[in-house]
Design a protein around this ligand. Sequence first.
Ligand code: PLP
Length: 387
Amino acid sequence: MKIAKGVNRLGTEAVYNIFAKTKNLIKQGKEIIDLSLGQSDFKSPKHAVDAAIKALKEGHHGYTLPNGTIECREAVSRKIKSLYKADIDPERIVIMPGGKPTMHYAISFFGESGAEIIYPDPGFPIYESMINFTGAKAVSYNMTENKDFSINPDKILSLINEKTRLLILNNPHNPTGGFTEKNVIDKLANGLKKFPNLAILSDEVYDRLIFDNKEIPTLLNYPDLFDRLIVLNGWSKTYAMTGWRLGWGVWPKKLIEHVFKFCVNSHSCVNTPAQYGAIAALDGPEDHLNDMMREFTIRRKLIVDGLKSLNGVTCSLPGGSFFAFPNVKGTGMNGEIFTEKCLKEAGVAMIPGTAFGKYATDNVRFNFAVSRENISKAIEKIHKILK
Ligand SMILES: Cc1ncc(COP(=O)(O)O)c(C=O)c1O
C-alpha cells in the first residue's frame, strides 16, 4: 500500500494527545484540572439550542445548499453589518462545519510546490500542517518577538516575495492571547496594497473575545482588500458552540465557485438543524456573550496574577481570546518539561508552547475559560511543586 506523500507531511494538534493523556489519568482515578483544551466551560445559548431542537422537530432533516442556507448566510451578513458596518453580499459567505475547513480550503487553494505561505509562529498548528501538506514552503513570523505578542507589520511585509501566495493572520491570537489594535492593522493593510497578488486569510475566530472594550480590528473594514481577502470566523468561541461544528468564511467573489465545489466534494452541506441554531445565536440577544466576557475578565486577572506569583514565571496580560501564555524559563525548565511536571506532580494539564511552532520553547498555554475555583486550585497545586 502506498499513500500520497502529502499525507505524511500532515501535522496535528498536540492538544488532542494531552486530552487523551488527561482522560487516561482521570480513568486511573487521578484528579486532573484540565486547562489544556481551547473551549469555554459555558454552555451554548439556550435560544440556539431551542432553535436547533425546533428545526429537528419540524422536520428540517434534509440537505441544504453546500454553501449554507440562504437564511443562515443572510444572518451572517446582517451580523457583519451590525458589528463592523461592512456590506458583505451573502453570496460571498460560505457556512462551514467549523472554522477549520475555511483554513483547510484557503491553504489548499494557494499552496503547492514552489509557492510560499506566511503564517504566525507560535500559531494555530493547522496553518503549518496544511501548508506542509500542500507542498508549499511554510514561512513563519515570530509572535514571541513582541512582548505583548502583537503583529509586527514591518516584519510581515519584509517576508513577502514573488513566490508568496498567501498571508495568514490571526487576531486575537491563539495560543498567546495577543491582541493587535486597529492602528497597527491599518498600517499592515496599507502595506499590503503594494502586493496586489497576495491573498490574505484573516482568522478572526476570537474577534468577540476582546477585553477592555477595544475596537474589533477586522480586515472586513478594508474594502480595498476584498478581491483577495478570506475571513474565517464562526460560532465555536463566541457562542460556546465548539461541538456544533459551525463556522463561516467570507470569500472573494471569484473564489466562490471553487469553494462551492470543495464543499460538494467533501461534506455536501453543514448539519441542517445546526444552521437553525446558528441563525438564532446570531440574531438573538447577546446577554450570554456579555456574561461570558464579564466572567472571562475576572478569570483573566485571576490566572495572570496567579501565574505571576509563581517563582520563575512571567506572564503578559492577554488582550483577547481565553488563553494565557506565560514564560516559565525562570523555573529552570522549558515549556515541555514544565508541562510534563505539572501534569504528573500537580495534576494540572496545559499545553507546551512547542505544540504551536518552534519559537515558543519557554512558554506554556493555559485555557482560562474554566471555573475560578479550578484556576485557583491549579495555581495552588503548581505553587506547591515549584517550591
Ligand atoms: C485560531 C483558531 N482558528 C480556528 C479554530 C477552529 O475553530 P473551530 O473549532 O470552529 O473549527 C480555532 C480553534 O481552536 C482556533 O484557535
